[in-house]
Design a protein around this ligand. Sequence first.
Ligand code: ATP
Length: 749
Amino acid sequence: MGENESNSSKMRVVVRIRPMNTREINNDEESIIEQIDDKALVFDPEVEEDAYLQGFKKVARLGQKKNRKHRPRRNNTFCFDAVFGDTSTQQEVYEQTTADTIETIVEGYNATVFAYGATGAGKTHTMLGTPEDPGVICRTVQALFTKMAELRESSTDTKYKITVNYLEVYNERINDLLNDSKKSKDLPMRDIAGAINIRGLSEKEPKTAEELMAWLKEGNNLRTQHPTDANAQSSRSHAVFVVHFTQMAGTTRTISKLTLVDLAGSERAQATPNMGLRLREGGNINKSLLALGNVINALADPKHKGHINYRDSKLTRILKDGLGGTCRTIMIANVSPADKVYEDTLNTIKYADRAKSIRSSLTKRVMETQMHVGNYKKIIEDQKLRIKRLEAENAELKKNGPAKTGRLSKAADPIWGTLTKLQSEVIRLTGEQRIAMCEKQLKEFDFEVKKLATENTERTPGSNRYERTLASFDLRVSRIEEKIEEHIKQFKNSIPQEKPTDEVKSQQAAEVNYQKSIMYQSLCGKLFEKIKQQHELIVKVAALSDDNDKLPEVLCPAQPPVSFSDESLPEFLKIETRFSFDDFVPAKSISRTRRGIVFNRSEPTKKRPVSAARKPMPTSSLKKTKSDPALRPSRVRTPVDRQKAPSSAETKKRPISRVDAASEPKKRKTESPKSSANKSALDSSIENEVRQEKPLPRYMQATATSAKQSRIRQKKAEDRRKENSQRLKELKERQQNIHKKPFPFKSSP
Ligand SMILES: Nc1ncnc2c1ncn2[C@@H]1O[C@H](COP(=O)(O)OP(=O)(O)OP(=O)(O)O)[C@@H](O)[C@H]1O
């Protein structure tokens, strides 16, 4: 691309004075502007009065000092590139402002035409006009189409194209006026290499001027307009209409831009009775116009050498190129002649006068497509070389297989590397989620068993703690679910359009499989641990039932208590990833894993962290906690205990078997003396010894009432034991059913 051919040009400034409207005439408003000729005007002219009238007015002035009609006159003369009086026509304005911009555009330069002025001064009338009497925009577009048709006739070698954008800046938001959907509201604007880019702004290519006029009309209907005190149809937004004119001659492409802006009217808050939204709108309009004014001041000031701040408002950012930039700029200052808007008119004229000295350096935008072709050729050559190199690398990879490639190398595409990482993270999270769900199930089972084992209601179903514990698992699962959703969203958003290379494909397959195998290993390890804990619990509970000698043997056999039921991956562990890598993972490589876990008992994998869990579980290794009666300090015994406890000799004779040790009931701190009926023989013997050493005091010995009470307690304990063994049976059945399900483990025969 090349930018060339530039020359300097001053901003063209014209003033248009609108005629007084009916209300102003009825109010007997005085005109404060006088057009001297087609280039000069006098603001607030001296009024020459005949001597007769002067006499009357002197008398009137005495009583009405504040009346404007009798104040000292400014009588300021201003010269502009053109001044249009209240009788000027739309055609005259067009001919002396934008007609020659058509040539500018065709020559390849950019041009901006904008109407500036207070509210109700006639900007919209000048720029858009009415269907019967169209304004500058319509006439310019019409002329450009006519010119294009002429050019097409004269030279068939060059191709021409017109495309348009139409937007409004309302309350510092950019809205698309060629698209009436919600998506076209508040479009983001970016500065890319000095040029303004509005994302999502529609660009249309009209075939005829009529088609374009129709769009313009639709766009105007979408424009934000509200009646105000100053104007019944006041435009509350800045409308920007952009015409792109493209000429393609051989390998040279010239693009020029014509920007036509109808600014919202400035208004003085004090001078308008506007309230609420209108006042806020007015504030935003004034803010952006103030920023525009500051830019005009800075550009016009020959002493100003520093930075021009275009960033204060979206309007100035859009017009940056049009104001003292690289294009021909025309400012149409619209003013009202009415005395009522004296200040507004004066401000507009002052701005217009200052803007006259703004210079812009015209720059043509010519792009040499020939140069592009050369560039593309080079790019294609480079890419061919890259493809060759990748093909060679891929052949090497195929020879070695993905298993040997290891983790994703830096050479692989970084985007696909990130995607693979996300995929692996989803696999890991899904595994964690399954574990959490499984832990919850086990916890429920655990609570059920504990309920049978103890009379303690603290951790039984229905209690707060029970609910809290289970709720925490639910929370964990839902948090993981959220994370997964987030990752999937991220994954979907970052999938590139182009397909990955073969190298990336095979490395990803290896990576995904490797991650899966690691995850399965950890899943199995955790599950083995859980199952082990559950067995320990059941062994303890079994010790409470009548046939406690047999139960531990059944529940903790010499053979491994659990084993993989199948060589294949159990259903339970299958992880759905919800999105597919199939389109880029070659089918063959899926079956290969780097360090894939082999779910086969005869061939255990090297690094199986859970192998210990498969060995027979030594019940003597059951951890003794503070709750273990043997470890607790002796306590005072009840008469019931004394009645039940065997003699010390008997206790000494009896060896402490493995099963006995395992069958020690786990006591809780909160356990009441009432539940001591469930104590093991070991517990009794130890405590019996304590009793022999310390005889009970007299006041604690059994009375008739306490004996009766203890009988009742015994009866209750007996009932509970029966009930417990019944529940235990049910639980055992439940546990067996769990093993039958697609659970990955089964009881050894
Ligand atoms: N040159 C003109 N000849 C006849 N009528 C005019 C002329 N200029 C403006 N008017 C009329 O004055 C009124 C206000 O004009 P217009 O809406 O164009 O003002 P504006 O500057 O765009 O105001 P705002 O900033 O509030 O949108 C309209 O009714 C319009 O028809």
